[in-house]
Design a protein around this ligand. Structure first.
Ligand SMILES: NC(=O)c1cc2c(=O)c3cc(F)ccc3oc2nc1N
Length: 327
């Protein structure tokens, strides 16, 4: 074993863990997502060549980051996993083919969804009333932020369902609300947020709920835990049912059967993303049929039935949109 290779690996792992703490726990990253992704893919490559070097503090072995101990802890009944990322059309085609091979079916339907650049959120309802809201945390234990969840306007406080249900989604800050927030902070001589995702995380993980309320956070709910319990058969059906129950859902999803449609969807939203009122950083591929999803199951960190295609980074000069204030 070439010592310096191993030393370089440890340095890379430690550096990534610093970046993760900044991103997940401090909501204040010092590197752009694409730079983090590049280093993370490098770590995965080294680890696949040297599996014996992998220890459980490696970023590849756990989801998300440490939680802010100021909040009560909340242990997720079902772990909140993350997603594998791919960075090219070819890779996404290869991942789709691997999934088809795994289930031994040539015609697997995928539900494509916009990948909202926000932070993951879990909501629990009992007897039709919202009783718990939490963040992902490390995937197993998140932060109980229930008081803050009640401050988000588009989160229904009651739903027309008597059974206990948990739903999950993304909490985000719209581009206009982000620009307004940063302009206000500049006026007040405060530091500004690096991007809407960190502003959303910083606003949701607030100890003072009135600050959360002032931030105009929004959500897109995309996941029903144990959907079969509610007679749901596919992801696209689940999104419709979530909307009927009163949740904010993103209706730009598309059910596709062949790769040409995937290419069209990716091209369409690579264009549209600049004009969407919220940030997206890719496309989520989900096997649409829940029976096939359970056949595929999960690994320690990610479901095998989904993955995310990440868009290439937008050139910095184009996407920063601030509001022209009338003086
Ligand atoms: N950012 C997103 O817009 C988005 C994220 C996820 C996940 O992180 C996710 C994680 C799981 F373990 C399972 C399903 C998921 O579905 C998801 N769907 C989405 N649309």
């Amino acid at each position: 074993m070439n010592n310096s290779d191993y030393e370089n690996y440890i340095k890379l792992k430690d550096q990534l863990n610093i970046y993760r703490r900044q991103y997940y726990t401090e909501d204040a990253p010092t590197v752009q997502d694409f730079e983090y992704d590049r280093l993370y893919q490098e770590l995965l490559k080294v680890e696949s060549a040297h599996p014996e070097w992998v220890t459980n503090d490696s970023p590849s072995q756990n989801v998300g980051g440490a939680i802010n101990s100021a909040f009560p802890k909340f242990r997720h009944e079902i772990p909140m996993l993350s997603m594998d990322d791919v960075f090219s059309l070819e890779e996404s085609q290869a991942s789709a083919e691997r999934i088809k091979k795994f289930v031994n079916q040539t015609d697997v339907e995928f539900n494509l969804e916009l990948k909202i650049d926000g932070l993951a959120l879990s909501l629990i309802y009992e007897n039709g009333r919202l009783v718990k809201g939490s963040t992902r945390g490390d995937g197993f234990v998140g932060e109980d932020i229930t008081p803050n969840i009640f401050q988000i306007d588009d989160v229904p406080k009651t739903i027309p369902l008597k059974e206990r249900i948990e739903v999950r989604g993304e909490c985000y800050l719209g581009k206009d609300s982000f620009a307004e927030l940063n302009n206000k902070r500049l006026e007040d001589g405060k530091s500004t947020f690096a991007n809407p995702r960190n502003a959303a995380a910083g606003s949701l993980r607030q100890l003072d709920s009135s600050i959360t309320k002032s931030r105009h956070l929004q959500t897109f709910i995309y996941f029903v835990i144990e959907p079969e319990n509610y007679g749901l058969k596919t992801q696209s059906e689940a999104l419709k049912q979530l909307q009927e129950w009163g949740f904010a859902t993103n209706n730009q999803n598309r059910v596709v059967n062949d790769f040409k449609e995937v290419q069209n969807y990716i091209d369409e939203y690579q264009e549209k993303r600049l004009d969407l009122p919220y940030n997206i950083d890719g496309i989520v591929f989900k096997v649409n049929d829940f029976k096939l999803q359970s056949l595929l199951g999960n690994t320690v960190k990610v479901p095998r039935w989904e993955f995310a295609y990440k868009f290439p980074p937008i050139e910095a000069h184009t996407h920063l949109r601030t509001i022209e204030w009338t003086v």
